[in-house]
Design a protein around this ligand. Sequence first.
Ligand SMILES: [Zn+2]
Ligand SMILES: [Zn+2]
Length: 337
Amino acid sequence: MKRISRRQCLLGSAALAAGSLLLSCWRAVSPGQKPAADVQANPFAAPGQWYKGAVHVHSTRSDGKLSPEEVMKAHRERGYDFLALTDHNVITDLSALSDKTFLNIPSVEWTYDRNELGQSYHIVVLGVRQNLTLSHETPIQEAIDAWAAAGATIFVAHTYWSGMVYSELLPLDKLIGLEVYNTSSMTDHGKGLAAVHWDDVLVRGKRWWGLAVDDTHWISEPGRPYYDTFGGWVMVKSQKLDEASILAALRQGQFYSSSGPEILDYRIENGVAYLKCSPAQVINFVGHTQWGTQRRAAPGQTVTEAEYRLNGKERYLRGECMDAEGNKAWTNPIYLS
Ligand SMILES: [Zn+2]
Ligand SMILES: [Zn+2]
């Protein structure tokens, strides 16, 4: 994997201020940490393959309608490359069923503590085989610390649905990010999109990645089988399809998220951000407060690429595209300060 040195990245940042940016780096920084010494190459420029993954899914081991084996089969047939089964409070380990073309990552979803509204914090905990016997009343950071010490990769679930606000999210340490999109929360009552929550913490300096998930419980109604399923996923760039490589890529932001469109390229070079995607109606560049821009397709047409010249005030810049059906895809932010 191509790596860009921290010095090169800082030089790029300095060049940004001078108006001649040469920067296509992704800082591998966990939330709450100071910028890390290692700087990760942009996943769109890095070598490796894209792997499609579901990282928040339920089965009959908690409140889902399909058995773990049926969940795995359904994702495999749908073209997914990996699955993290995240039943409530119980770890399901299907790793014995993994093979060269499909990876199962033992995982769990836990609820702890209460937010201002009295709702539990839900966290998704990836890459664990041993459950922790912490009570649901455990203070949220204490629980996260315990899982992090056990080597887990952790993110916060459905922030909008749970009524989380930035003041509750900002203090949380050792998480890789939040769910920018949750299909189940969207089909439940329209609270699936948490882009505002994400930007709320990004503008305040949090370095969080955004993940699209289903949180599927395999809910059906007449004419709409499993309507909370296959609506959000992550596309991870990795050299290998194994648990350590995929989890490392997730921690380092080597992925984008989608509920439909494909993102083909996203980079910043010579002070210009560039995004290329499958046919879309809208492409957004989203930076700090008012900085960024939108490219819209003319009526009856589509756009597949857009550019944005940076002015040095963006602090971070992420890309979005939206297709004619309203499905979206989100790059992770490139941090600029
Ligand atoms: Zn939940
Ligand atoms: Zn869930």
